[in-house]
Structures are given as structure tokens and as C-alpha cells.
Design a protein around this ligand. Structure first.
Ligand SMILES: C[S@@+](CC[C@H](N)C(=O)[O-])C[C@H]1O[C@@H](n2cnc3c(N)ncnc32)[C@H](O)[C@@H]1O
Length: 357
């Protein structure tokens, strides 16, 4: 039997000393028997629910948005969507079912980029869908979109803690054979904008995630595009909001509950952070920043729900599949638009246009 992750980490730390949180997370989430490698996933039968897993409505709205973006670029004959962290491919499946014009015209190629083999194995097959690991994602896209739903919260991050002077890095050490937090050496933070809480009198003990990988992912996504946009959806907040959450930005998910804490059984649960939307924009400010409810409304969710309501009113008595789908649409919209839930998520868009800087 494979050695449990915790034993491997204890041996590593005994040999080299406390490790950064990002290194711990790489092992706990993406190591050989890390959470995602061992089959952890989104979905009703999985560990947590995401917008595509609520039902096909989210994908239907995204399909409409992709049509809009394609037309804005003059309906090119090739239009590529690169979906980072595609999970089991549920969003792509729903986009195909919605049959946007960019798909039926033959222009669309949609890459489902997923790090975990177990999830890639579940990807739908379709002539215009391509399932790849991160190393095989297209390195350049002439016209298209790089998209991610709830990926950035899942990329390994570090943690810093406010000390009397400066900020210190939280590392993972070992005590009596168990993994424990250790406040390590003073560290330099990324350059937050002036007036941010990291520059002023943040209370001693305040913790924040430092999201270098998420920031690098956005920069890399922009660099791959010649023309188009990077669009990311995630839960999160500004740096000030994360400070006020008093460490509550660190989340664990397992079978729809919180698991036993983030250090107790590495590999047994997902570990994520609320995404700091200020950090994400340190390299370049997003061209649009919406809440998910506003974004979905801007891209026509209400028309789709009205369509569903009309179908339901017409055919509720028959109770056929179309009627049930229509009713489900109304329920899905409630979940997707809930301002205290997914409706409050952040959507950031960076436009890449070689004609305008
Ligand atoms: C929270 S899940 C979201 C899945 C899906 N987007 C959804 O909304 O249901 C995040 C997914 O990103 C994958 N992932 C993490 N890092 C990745 C990377 N660098 N490239 C591609 N996929 C990655 C994980 O394996 C996991 O399946």
C-alpha cells in the first residue's frame, strides 16, 4: 500500500525543516494520492457544488456569452475556448447541449484543461471538444477566450501573518508526529496598491493568502491570447474583506462538509482560499469586474428562465422531460443568482486587443 501523504510530509519536514503552505498544498491536493488525484471532484455526488454542477443553465448562459464574444471579433472561422480546471467537463457538456452558433458554424474548439487524470477520464467526447492536461493546453490562441470557473481558489497559495513589525510566513512543521502551523521568517509581500490594509495598521495576527500561482495563471492566460479575453469566476473578496474574515477565507470541502481541518488528513479534503481580487489585479487591472448575478443577467439568464417558465406553464400538466427541465431552470437560477451564495461570486475579465495596447 502507498505510504500515506502525512507520513511522506513528516519525513520531508524532518529532513528539510518546515515547508511553505504552497508546497504542502501541492502534496495534499495534487500529489500522487492527493485529494484531486484520488478522485475528489465537484458535483452532487462529489465533494462540493459549483455553478456548472448546479445544472445546465450556467452553461447555457456561458454559451450565449461565447457567441457574443465571437461576434464581437467578427465571427472568425476559428474561435478557441481554453477552459482551465475543467473538472469532469460538465460546463463544456452544457455548452454543447445549448448549441450556440459558434459551435454549429464549426468555428469553436473548446479545450477542457484538467490536471487530474480521474476527471479527464469523465470528459465528454465531441468533435469540437478537446480534453488535455495543462502541459498540452494551446500555447497561443489567435482569437478566443481563456476561461476558468473556481480554478483560482484551488491553485496552491502561501499564508502570511501580521507581526508587530512586518509580515511573517506561515509554514508547516511537525510536532509529536503531527503536522502543525509554524510562524516562520519575515517575508516581503507583493506590492499591494496604496491604501490597502497590508500597508497600514493591520492587527497583529491577521492572516492573508498570498496567491502567486493564481496571479501567474492570469498573466499566463493573457499572454497566450492574441485577441479575446480572459474570464475568471470565483468566490473571493478584496484584501480588506479577506482581512475582516479573520482567517475564514481558508476553506476545506469534503463530501459537502468541511472535513477535519486542513492539516489533519492531507489528501482527504479539498483546501481552497477565497480569491483576493486585489492581488489578482496587481499586474493589470481587470477591464470588467462583476458579481456573478450581474454577469449572468447581462448575458441573458432572465430570458432563459422566462423561456423555462413559459414551457413549464404550457406543459406542467403533461410532466414530460421538457417540462421538468423547464422547472429545473427556475430552481437553478435561484441558486446561481443568490447574492449570499454563487450570485455574489466575482467575475473578472481582461480584454486582450492588439489594436488597443
Ligand atoms: C474546484 S474544481 C472546479 C471544476 C470546474 N471548473 C467546476 O466549476 O465544476 C478545480 C479543478 O481544477 C483542477 N486544476 C487545478 N490546477 C489545475 C491546473 N493548473 N490546470 C488545470 N486544472 C487544474 C483541479 O484538479 C480541479 O478539478
Amino acid at each position: 500500500m502507498a505510504e500515506p501523504i502525512v507520513d511522506r510530509l513528516v519525513a520531508l519536514i524532518d529532513e528539510h525543516g518546515p515547508i511553505p503552505v504552497s508546497q504542502y498544498l501541492e502534496h495534499a491536493l495534487y500529489g500522487p494520492d492527493g485529494f484531486y488525484m484520488a478522485g475528489g471532484r465537484a458535483g452532487r455526488g462529489g465533494d462540493f457544488l459549483t455553478a456548472p454542477e448546479v445544472g445546465p443553465l450556467f452553461g447555457a448562459v456561458v454559451a450565449g456569452a461565447v457567441d457574443t464574444w465571437w461576434r464581437e471579433l467578427g465571427s472568425p472561422s476559428e474561435f478557441t475556448v481554453v477552459e482551465g480546471g475543467a473538472g469532469p467537463g460538465t460546463l463544456a457538456r452544457a455548452v454543447v447541449a445549448a448549441d450556440p452558433e459558434v459551435l454549429s458554424s464549426g468555428a469553436l474548439r473548446w479545450f477542457m484543461v484538467e490536471r487530474a487524470d480521474a476527471q479527464r477520464a469523465a470528459h465528454p467526447t465531441h468533435a469540437q471538444l478537446v480534453s488535455v492536461g495543462p502541459a498540452d493546453a494551446p500555447s497561443s490562441v489567435a482569437a478566443g477566450v481563456v476561461f476558468a470557473n473556481e480554478l483560482l481558489d484551488n491553485l496552491a497559495f502561501d499564508i502570511v501573518e501580521r507581526a508587530r513589525a512586518g509580515w511573517r510566513e506561515v509554514r508547516i512543521g511537525v510536532e509529536s508526529g503531527r503536522l502543525v502551523e509554524r510562524v516562520g521568517p519575515e517575508v516581503a509581500l507583493p506590492e499591494w496598491p496604496e491604501g490597502s490594509p497590508t500597508a497600514s495598521a493591520t492587527p497583529v495576527g491577521t492572516r492573508l493568502p498570498v496567491q502567486r500561482q493564481a496571479r501567474a495563471w492570469v498573466a499566463d492566460a493573457r499572454a497566450r491570447l492574441t485577441r479575446g479575453r480572459v474570464v475568471v469566476f470565483d468566490y473571493g473578496g478584496t484584501t480588506s474583506e479577506l482581512v475582516s474574515r479573520d482567517g475564514g477565507w481558508l476553506r476545506t470541502h469534503r463530501s459537502h462538509d468541511g472535513g477535519n481541518g486542513w492539516l489533519a488528513e492531507p489528501g482527504s479534503c479539498d483546501i481552497t482560499t477565497d480569491v483576493d481580487v486585489d492581488q489578482l489585479q496587481l499586474d493589470r487591472r481587470a477591464d470588467r469586474h462583476d458579481r456573478q448575478s450581474g454577469w449572468l443577467r447581462r448575458h441573458g439568464i432572465e430570458d432563459l428562465v422566462e423561456e423555462g417558465r413559459a414551457t413549464w406553464n404550457r406543459s406542467a400538466g403533461i410532466g414530460d422531460l421538457a417540462a421538468l427541465r423547464a422547472r429545473s431552470r427556475i430552481r437553478e437560477a435561484d441558486a446561481l443568482l443568490d447574492p449570499d451564495g454563487m450570485g455574489g461570486f466575482h467575475v473578472l475579465e481582461w480584454v486582450v486587443d492588439p489594436d488597443h495596447g
